[in-house]
Design a protein. Structure first.
Length: 237
């Protein structure tokens, strides 16, 4: 009987996706300094996604042109990972430090935004929490990502769930300030909503878009490249 010779299989080793690499880098650092990683559902009620976070019924983020509503408009695809932290605060007594990471959904689609992207958030609640502590934490986190020589600036901003609030920029390639995250002191209304006495406890919080960090770390100009399944692109990582 004639032998049948099969062609040699060309099997390539797989790599961890650059978004997963970036997420794990951030989570590893935060867990090392004492944050506990938590998780929660992707489909959320408006109560957890908006109401507990001091986001009013009239806020533009609650409109259908910004948010994906599901199940006869009774629930939403979460627009941030903050509902995970709300659930944790309702079930915990301070002090605590939590971090959450995962997919979030908003109606955006261009070279720097996607309708689905990844976010990582952190919060720390204790007595005598200050904005100075928040600034120190943010500096250390950014140094971990981009190195200690990077220049950082804080700009006053507004978020319904923090007061005061700030956006954080880095001076990238010595010629352009780029936003990398938002942060602030947890609003007393949010603490009240989670049965935490705001006269006794305070909290700090921050949120980072993982794709944004991955783009800067890897010099990627179009966020959509991460999801095109282009092996020539992905094998760089």
């Amino acid at each position: 009987m004639e032998d049948i010779i099969y062609p040699e299989l060309n099997i390539l080793d797989g790599n961890i996706h650059p978004i997963t690499q970036t997420k794990q880098l951030l989570l590893n650092y935060l867990t090392q300094i004492g944050f506990e990683e938590i998780d929660g559902p992707v489909i959320e009620s408006e109560e957890y996604n908006f109401d507990f976070l001091n986001i009013k019924k009239t806020h533009p983020a609650r409109q259908m042109h910004d948010t994906f509503y599901v199940e006869n408009k009774s629930n939403v695809l979460r627009t941030h990972t903050s509902p995970v932290q709300i659930r944790a605060m309702l079930e915990s007594k301070p002090p605590f430090a939590y971090t959450s990471a995962g997919k979030v959904y908003r109606k955006d689609d261009d070279s720097t935004h996607l309708p689905m992207f990844h976010q990582i958030e952190g919060m720390y609640v204790n007595k005598d929490v200050s904005f100075a502590q928040l600034k120190y934490l943010i500096h250390e986190l950014i140094y971990e990502i981009f190195g200690s020589s990077i220049e950082i600036r804080f700009r006053p901003s507004f978020f319904p769930f923090t007061e005061p609030s700030a956006e954080v920029d880095i001076l990238f390639n010595n010629n352009k300030w780029l936003e990398v995250l938002g942060c602030g002191i947890i609003h007393p209304n949010v603490l009240n909503n989670c049965n935490i006495n705001p006269t006794e406890f305070k909290g700090l919080a921050f949120g980072i878009g993982i794709e944004r960090i991955a783009m800067l770390m890897n010099d990627v100009s179009d966020i959509r490249d991460f999801y095109k399944s282009n092996l020539d692109f992905l094998q760089q990582f």
